[in-house]
Design a protein around this ligand. Structure first.
Ligand SMILES: *Cc1c(COP(=O)(O)O)cnc(C)c1O
Length: 387
């Protein structure tokens, strides 16, 4: 696999971190379902492995694979996206401050507000549209800026390169939750971020059959600290889940291309529908930050949010009627999902904050899958117009 020319994404997706098994030639990295590794003499190991919380060969293959996809040198995998974020927050200590974007994932908000704030790690949230405002919000004790782009559920776009500059000037780390874009569409490290974070439950996994998380960085010191935290806390993924993720990333490029094509067509179609008040999709030229999205993303992703005329009752009957779209939390799988953020994924955000952000009762979020486009549009059309 060594080559002076850098291999393209879809090739790295299939090969990075994986070589045929040295013992048998098995082309797939085996599931090393073991907790410990036999030593020849005390402290003398056969390979780099002693105990499977610290490292496991199936996990190593996955960590190298995801690092390569994120254009980074070091990958560190976790048992969930929340465990990955938690490891980043464990870099901080009591008295430190985190500045987060205001439209952050509900579970990330819950970690900041209910778990780390009581431990003395402060946070504040701000709209990240204007880098100067972000700079003004940085405090002397701000150690970390945590952003997400596109955001959930309003698909706001944050200019990663601009925020990275602010972070660097102020000496804070920038972590970007890249779950919604996936490494195929956007690579935060190449835009100046220190850490790319993922819930691999979503597009990286892509088949709604596992929960996982990942961090990628280019900074050796930071990687060492994160590996230390990973081992010390122990929120590691199972070898089987690592195997499933290695299988999933092989098709990430193909899946993302179809997710993006379907979502763009559906967003355009929804924009012209009489039952629809507003469509949020970064690929529409009507999106206020479309240009920035086009600058930092290869395409615009599979997530769409839409405000239906008639508020909660329209949203509820639409969600009860859809047949191909499944009413469920989560996103990023091959199958199309649909949900109601105010009642479902974002219920942990206080009502007045939800209203201030625009997470209204008529808001519905779609995770557009890779089914046939016409079938998806017919499903939406029948469910909207039979009101
Ligand atoms: C799902 C999600 C998370 C949390 O990941 P889990 O794997 O559920 O712990 C974090 N950020 C975003 C943007 C997500 O969608």
């Amino acid at each position: 696999m060594e080559s002076s020319r850098k291999l393209a994404f879809s090739t790295r997706a299939i090969h990075a971190g994986q070589a045929p098994d040295a013992l048998t030639g098995a082309i797939m990295t085996p599931i090393y379902q073991t907790s410990t590794f036999v030593q020849e003499s005390p402290g003398k190991f056969k390979g780099d492995y002693d105990y499977a919380r610290t490292a496991n060969p199936t996990r190593t293959a996955l960590e190298e694979n995801i690092a390569s996809l994120e254009e980074g040198r070091y990958g560190i995998c976790f048992s969930s996206g929340c465990a990955a974020m938690s490891a980043v927050l464990h870099l901080l200590k009591s008295g430190d401050h985190v500045l987060a974007c205001d439209d952050v994932y509900g579970g990330s908000f819950r970690l900041l507000d209910k778990v780390y704030l009581p431990l003395g790690i402060e946070y504040s949230m701000v709209s990240m549209d204007d880098p100067e405002k972000v700079a003004a919000e940085i405090r002397p004790n701000t150690k970390l800026i945590w952003i997400e782009t596109p955001t959930n559920p309003l698909l706001k776009i944050i200019d990663i390169a601009a925020i990275a500059k602010v972070a660097r000037n102020k000496g804070a780390l920038l972590a970007v939750d890249n779950t919604f874009a996936s490494p195929y569409l956007q690579n935060p490290l190449t835009l100046g971020a220190d850490i790319a974070a993922h819930s691999s439950t979503k597009y990286l996994g892509g088949h709604s059959d596992l929960v996982g998380g990942a961090l990628v960085t280019n900074d050796e010191e930071l990687a060492k600290r994160l590996h230390y935290i990973q081992n010390a806390i122990g929120a590691i993924p199972s070898p089987h889940d690592c195997f499933l993720l290695l299988r999933s990333t092989k098709t990430l490029a193909l899946r993302m291309e179809r997710h993006c094509q379907n979502a763009l067509s559906i967003a355009e179609w929804l924009s012209a529908h009489t039952a629809v008040e507003k469509v949020y999709y970064p690929g529409l030229s009507s999106h206020p930050r479309h240009e920035i999205a086009a600058k930092q993303m290869k395409a615009f992703g599979g997530m769409i949010s839409v405000v239906l005329k008639g508020g909660l009752s329209s949203a509820r009957s639409f969600l009860e009627r859809v047949k191909i779209f499944s009413l469920a939390e989560s996103l990023g799988g091959v199958e199309s999902l649909i949900e109601h953020p105010a009642i479902m994924t974002h219920a942990s955000i206080p009502a007045e904050q939800r209203a201030a952000l625009g997470i209204t009762d008529g808001l519905v979020r779609l995770s557009v899958g890779i089914e046939d486009l016409n079938d998806l549009i017919e499903d939406i059309d029948a469910s909207l117009s039979s009101r």
